[in-house]
Design a protein around this ligand. Sequence first.
Ligand code: TXA
Ligand code: MG
Length: 322
Amino acid sequence: MAQILQPTPENLDRLTTALADGEIAAVPTETVYGLAGNALDPQAIARIYEAKGRPARNPLIVHIEDLGQLEQIAQPSELANRLADAFWPGPLTLILPKRPSVSDSVTASLDTVAVRMPAHPIYRQLAERCPFPIAAPSANPFGYVSPTKAEHVKEQMEDKIDWILDGGPCERGIESTILSLADPQQPTLLRHGSISSEQLEDVLGLKIHTPDTRAADKGQNLPSPGLMKRHYSPNTPVNLFEGQAPESSSSSAIVFINSASCSKPNHFALSEDGELEEVARKLYDLLQELDHQSFEGIYMELPKDIGTGTAIRDRMHRAAAR
Ligand code: TXA
Ligand code: MG
């Protein structure tokens, strides 16, 4: 039975011991909650895959605490160092050539590893205590909406894990931006997030390649398994709209970007006045809340395709995919 732990020094010590012993625990990060285990312990890695029900071909992100740990697991490069300087700790994951210390089970036998340095202050207090890098995919069952609160993890993973460290609601609310530097000649965006490709291009002084996700739609040669069309999905069917809200009965929920558009009990808003950071923060929380009510469907308004709006649209399209 999953137990929610408050981030007291005693509980952080207790979790550190548990992780060192090969156990796993859900932990807060600034993006979404992660399911954490010692990245260098095959038993912990096996437990993560099992608890998530994640296919073995879908590799894990490894969280590092400092650049020393980066050296330990990946071959850093000039480009990686520049991005690390600009965006770490923060919501950016880099795909880099891996070192032999990282086992094939973490990387699904790829010769690259996904690395991120989270910024959440409570996460960092835990990571500072752990003398090993921490593998942490999002703490949801495979394919479902990512958790952005300790309570979401408890609902989703109740009988799969023992510990959930409570760090409050996640500040960003959507998963990190993923950039592959596997081929340094062609930095490639694998997942949109709150750090935009323009921000990355500014730091790199290079054009970033964005793969054609239509190939992913057809299930062909995914550059990242995370590009699957259906992902982050509630059980209730999701439909998307732009402009005019669809005519529908009160048995469906209608979700607007702006609270000003709400006028009925089945209307919900993702923000007060359309601020995209707020929309991102609230998206998964509202999807999970609505999924627990008895709506036949959820209609969601797409935000504009700029800044964080691009990442939000990406998650909404995946949530709506069948
Ligand atoms: O914000 C985040 O990134 C959160 C927090 C907890 O850090 N983590 C997260 O992990 O979203 P996960 O496992 O749910 O998503 C990571 C994605 C997966 O889709 C995986 O396929 C992809 O990263 N990935 C991992 N290693 C990879 C690699 N070597 N090459 C390409 N894609 C990789
Ligand atoms: Mg995930």
